[in-house]
Write a protein that binds this ligand. Structure first.
Ligand SMILES: [Zn+2]
Ligand SMILES: [Zn+2]
Length: 417
């Protein structure tokens, strides 16, 4: 038997209504905020991710699905959502349109990671990107959208963490401070940290190792070392968040995993979930478009893993069932009733009523069991009498009562029952 590759999932929507609920809630919310959808290819030039995410990051070093195609091109399966959107922004000359531009996406993302609960090698992301907006009100907008998503899904006890990691001008001075701080302790840290110390010292701050965490907690804070413009951006953002009553904690160890972030970074985590529990994360990337060869264009966005959102809905046993439209199943006594049954079912579908025809060659009892297994609220039973008199027998599966009515009265019956 061939099985699905490790770290992937077959999502059986019929057994789990959460997924559709998350997807539709996210899309509706993005539209409410004025974002329009963008879909980019599943694979891109490997170069796009290497250059933007940063060749010293874990993602580029260890986690990308990169392959050579038959034409000799080096391609990578979408490793994150932001760089492809920025590439498309430039490729379609969207910078010539009125800015800012608001875009959202729902797409699969591929990372070669050790699979565990809520972490997959192929996972799905909802994300938004706000391009061409420099002011901290843009950061507040994107964070508010994320907050509303969490609320709309009914998730409780989710905490927002924010931080500023400055811009290239103040960060380079900060990194010197950070290196000085770590000078004496670097030999006591984990192997990953020893490696980070030389190639990506900012990532020393978010090491999950217990001992490294203690050392990182005492490190100098980026927010204490921001340049004037970064400091003003940061203070205004906090003020705006207070204005719209968004609660947050400042986490000076929050740095995110990509090199392109500037200034604001943020994450949402369930209370007490620790480092692996992030359900949504994002930040500002003011240098990214320029790095891809465009005119300097600020940007900010976030991505959120659908699998993790669904997992949290399941954990909290939040009931999203009953939001799916109610199904009608049409039962019939033998082949001679099938043409009439098809007429009835076509009529139901033309009225946007979800419906299925039970299989021929099965007893009414067996067809009834099938309808019950589909959790149909209504079944329609058609026999010789119904065919001859152009009637339908309708049974309410919850109440158990049934009645025979004229075909032309079916609409009224379904609308009022
Ligand atoms: Zn470490
Ligand atoms: Zn700065």
């Amino acid at each position: 038997m061939i099985q699905r590759p490790r770290g992937t999932s077959d999502f059986l929507h019929m057994d789990n209504p959460h997924w559709a609920f998350v997807e539709s809630s996210a899309a509706a919310l993005a539209q409410l905020y004025g974002y329009s959808r963008i879909d980019t290819p599943t694979f891109e030039s490997a170069d796009l991710f290497v250059r933007t995410i940063g060749d010293s990051t874990d993602i580029v070093q260890k986690e990308m699905y990169t392959f050579e195609d038959k034409g000799g091109g080096l391609l990578t399966l979408r490793a994150e959502g932001t760089a492809p959107v920025c590439r498309a922004f430039l490729e379609h000359g969207l910078h010539n349109r009125s800015l800012p531009l608001r875009l959202y996406y729902l797409c699969p993302v591929f990372r070669y990671e050790r699979p565990q609960s809520g972490r997959y090698r192929e996972h799905h992301q909802f994300g938004v990107e706000l391009l061409g907006a420099e002011g901290p009100e843009a950061d507040a907008e994107v964070i508010a959208l994320a907050c509303d998503l969490v609320k709309k899904l009914g998730l409780e006890d989710i905490e927002l963490f924010v931080n500023s990691i400055g811009d290239p001008s103040c960060r380079s001075e900060y990194l010197i401070l950070l290196s000085e701080y770590y000078q004496g302790t670097i030999n006591t840290l984990c192997n990953d940290c020893k490696d980070r110390f030389t190639r990506n010292p900012l990532r020393l701050l978010d090491c999950k190792n217990e001992h490294c965490s203690v050392i990182a907690s005492g490190a100098p804070k980026m927010v204490d070392n921001l340049c004037g413009p970064c400091e003003s951006h940061w203070q205004k953002l906090l003020m705006y968040l207070n204005t719209v009553n968004i609660a947050y904690d400042i986490d000076h160890r929050l740095v995110r995993g990509m090199d392109y972030y500037t200034r604001t970074v943020f994450e949402f985590k369930p209370k007490g979930s620790g480092s692996q529990g992030t359900i949504l994360g994002g930040g500002r990337y003011d240098g990214l478009i320029e790095q891809l060869g465009g005119k300097p264009t600020p940007g900010i966005g976030f991505g959120s893993g659908l699998e993790r959102l669904v997992l949290n809905l399941e954990k909290k046993q939040i009931n999203t069932a009953g939001r799916a439209p109610e199904l009608v199943v049409v039962l019939h006594h033998g082949d001679e009733c099938v043409p009439y049954a098809m007429e009835v079912i076509n009529h139901l579908r033309s009225k946007e009523i979800p419906s299925v025809l039970a299989s021929s060659g099965k007893s009414i009892k067996a067809q009834m069991r099938y309808a019950a297994s589909l959790q149909a609220k209504t079944v329609i039973i058609l026999g010789e009498d119904e065919v001859n008199s152009r009637c339908v027998t309708v049974k309410d599966m919850l109440e158990g009562n049934q009645e025979t009515i004229k075909f032309e009265d079916l609409n009224n019956y379904l609308n009022t029952s």
